[in-house]
Design a protein around this ligand. Sequence first.
Ligand code: CAA
Length: 257
Amino acid sequence: MTYVELTKKDGFVLLTINRPEALNALNEQVLDDLDEALGMIDEDTRCLVVTGAGTKAFVAGADISVMRTQDRTEAKRFGKKGSEVFRKLEMLPIPVIAAVNGFALGGGFELALACDIRIASQNASFAFPEVTLGITPGFGGTQRIVRLVGPGAGKELLYTARRVKSEEALRLGIVNRVVPQETLLDEVFAMAASIAKNAPIAVRAAKRSVNTGVLCGMDEALAIELENYSNCYETQDQVNAMTAFVSKQEPKPFENK
Ligand code: CAA
């Protein structure tokens, strides 16, 4: 892969979009590499961290020099590719944390929105500049932002292209936490490690319940939760963890069984 690096850590994987000379802008190759990298996440991985190379940008959007010459047919194909890759990321069975280390603009904001959790550095900023370029977001941004912050706040960001700094992003609920840039990866790694030590079957079930349930009415959503909840029973990890608790023993590490 030319523009995406995968680094295996203890129980989780770090995925870095690595095109700093263009502030990690998403061209076809970056999207293809991202797609390939997501396909390489194996069953043992318990959490994924996504970040951008360098200290300036997470991802500064889709590549404008590529989009500039596209006609409608090409734009549709490019949009479909970005949209499908981001959906693949969103639908990974494991939690995904975006470590937003700088500009998250356009497609970069959309990439962060496709992750489960966003932690931002103090210098991070978020915007949808698309309407200043004569287009709309095309990689899922219009749909994910309004589901995250509600239609009122989301539409304001989409229509004005206003750039939101990390502290405001925290207030709006776009990010979970804001930390100094120097400690961003350490803090995100600590969160990834704390997820990785929990029962993998249960963590995945929780993600499935949220991702599926959020799109349904309450009764259907509760039925989905009930299925995912009850399916955790009779797993070795559930039996061992509850047995350890009631017998006041140190719990064994979870085995994903
Ligand atoms: N596409 C292509 N190249 C980009 C880029 C992008 N989205 N963002 C930055 N770059 C390139 C610049 O062209 C520049 O390259 P050169 O050194 O070869 O000139 C390099 O990255 C560094 O960028 P700047 O010199 O512009 O850095 P800066 O600090 O002055 O400004 C910035 C930083 C404010 C992020 C500015 O680069 C910028 O506004 N970038 C574009 C942001 C944007 O509009 N993104 C949305 C794209 S639309 C989209 O994403 C559509 C979609 O949903 C499908």
